[in-house]
Ligand binder design. Sequence first.
Ligand code: DX5
Ligand code: ZN
Length: 224
Amino acid sequence: MIQIVPSILSADFARLAEDVARMEQAGATMLHVDVMDGHFVPNLTLGPPVVKSLRKVTDLALDVHLMITDPDKFAPLFIEAGANQVAVHYEAATHLDRTLRLIQSLGALAGVVLNPATPVTVLEDVLYLADYVLIMSVNPGFEGQKFIPNALNKIRRLDQIRREQHLNFAIEIDGGVSASNTAEIVRAGCDWLVAGSAVFHSADPGATVKHMQHLAELATAVSV
Ligand code: DX5
Ligand code: ZN
């Protein structure tokens, strides 16, 4: 099922519970949580206490995106705080196989993230293990950046490999996603579309999620 996944990085951190409730009412099933450490990316965001607080106010799946240099150390703390799925950057994980298995052993789905300059081919020996692959369509660190169209080629390649090898990892995209590119992203083979500024900086965030979800479902119908 195609999902629009609101990224709380663009929400109002002083009114997080209200923004999350609006996403629930709009029919979202997952929330994207961006964790930045000021080392792997040039920005700082939030830690496990925020995930713990979110867990208390919502049943939505918490999709934690770790943009940090030491995922093995911190992934367990986010899962303990209530994360349902945790994605680590290929570029940050020294022993990616071990890290994915660690996340799964703690009961969460394990994802691997690729920066725009990292080719899909590096995942050849880990796709059978990953629950999902997150393709960055901006360089990670900030909301509101311009979509890098080459991400669509990477998604097409991944979707092709998935079909050829009968694998069932989900494909997620993150960065510069809006109503204007939703249809082509879905047609490329993407399942989960993360959207931050397009949702929370719109006049009616709930209506924007519903609109993008509708566009995504229309695009699926056309491609079949
Ligand atoms: C960027 C983050 C994204 C961010 C996307 O490093 O990983 O999740 O929230 O924001 P938009 O949708 O505004 O590009
Ligand atoms: Zn993200």
